[in-house]
Design a binder for this molecule. Structure first.
Ligand code: OGA
Ligand code: NI
Length: 361
């Protein structure tokens, strides 16, 4: 553990203050502007019932997925097949972990993004100027046997409960990747095969109540670097998604997961499906827990667009890269609204963007 690292954990400073410490205060031009958020009664993301995916509703569900991925980049799923007890167990041990005494939690602390299993705070404290109102435990979950013994041993059933949840999350991710492939008119196995040996990471995000939520973020606007994200959240709101140039609040729906397209799916689909900006707002009343499963290619996987989606009118938008290269760039760049994927664009698309930018101004 780094000397003085214990001072970094948010969980341990919040109870002592009724003001946000200065390192969490955003410049005035970069605050949440909560009066300008679309409430989910006016627009929310689509809800897709997965019940009939293996039966008579198959085509209807594939069509709904295509429409959601094309128009929103985000959707909720219900009847997804993960048992309620598994979900409740996951949320329970997550909360128990963050309520452990500091000395116990700090056994997992590291601010090195290269470390597979670690507790940390904000996003990347080594590179960022302003901190985010979030502590997080990050775990690698696949292959499970390789990582599970490095996970917290306290609470005593943590490994068993989180291990079971992550096995279910992986099965769900594979079903979604098949459905997404089909929705693009590709072979059902296309995306599964395009991601090498696969990897699965989990973040257990803990957002303590914040005395001045209008000055800071749980997470500022960003796009996820992985292929698809399966988000489990408790009953507290906080997630907002960019839609038609406006931030839209996505309030929790019981027993639903939120699915979103990440940068790798955007690259693999050659921009047919877009990775969409989202952010997390904190509140002054209650803590919030969210648990994204980031399903991704393995570090050695070579990312290139599906051949079936390329033709004269649709040339490859991005250069070929490995996921390892992408992931390192993402963590070093910091959470910015400008897409990390833009750095991987082929020259001709960079030029086009600059021209259209000039024309619009
Ligand atoms: C993330 C993220 C959303 C949330 O961890 O990348 O976007 O609701 N989390 O916490
Ligand atoms: Ni995210």
């Amino acid at each position: 553990m780094a000397p003085g690292a214990s001072k970094l954990l948010l969980t341990d400073i919040v109870s002592h203050s009724d003001k946000v410490p200065s390192k969490y205060i955003r410049p005035a031009s970069d605050r949440p502007d909560l009066s300008n958020v679309v409430n989910s009664t006016f627009h929310s993301i689509p809800i897709i019932d997965m019940e009939g995916l293996g039966g008579s509703d198959h085509q209807k569900i594939i069509n709904a997925i295509r429409s959601a991925c094309t128009n929103d980049g985000f959707f909720m799923i219900i009847n997804h097949g993960i048992p309620k007890a598994v979900i409740e167990g996951m949320l329970r041990v997550a909360r128990e972990f963050f309520h452990l005494p500091q000395s116990e939690r700090m056994k997992m602390y590291s601010d090195d993004p290269a470390k597979a299993n670690r507790l940390s705070t904000s996003f990347n404290v080594r590179t960022e100027n302003v901190s985010n109102w979030r502590d997080f435990l990050r775990l690698h979950c696949y292959p499970l046997e390789k990582f599970i013994h490095e996970w917290p041993a306290n609470p005593s059933d943590f490994r068993q409960v989180v291990g079971e949840y992550s096995r279910h999350a992986r099965e769900l991710a594979l079903r979604l990747l098949e459905a997404i492939s089909e929705s693009l008119g590709l072979d059902k196995q296309h995306m599964v095969k395009a991601m090498g040996k696969h990897a699965q990471h989990m973040a257990i995000n803990y957002y303590p109540p914040c005395p001045q939520p209008e000055l800071t973020y749980g997470l500022p606007g960003h796009k996820d670097p992985n292929a698809i994200t399966i988000l489990l959240q408790d009953g507290v709101s906080g997630l907002q998604v960019m839609h038609d140039g406006k931030w839209v609040a996505v309030n929790p729906v019981e027993d639903a997961f939120i699915i979103n397209i990440g940068d790798q799916m955007q690259a693999l689909s050659n921009d047919r499906y877009k990775s969409v900006l989202h952010r997390v707002i904190v509140n002054n009343k209650s803590e919030r827990i969210s648990i994204p499963t980031f399903y991704s290619p393995s570090p050695d996987a070579i990312i290139e667009p599906a051949k079936g989606l390329l033709d004269e009118d649709h040339p490859p938008v991005y250069r070929t890269f490995t996921y390892e290269e992408y992931f390192t760039t993402f963590w070093n760049k910091g959470l910015k609204s400008a897409s990390c994927l833009d750095l991987f664009k082929r020259e001709q698309f960079k030029v086009l963007e600059t021209e259209s930018h000039l024309n619009n101004n």
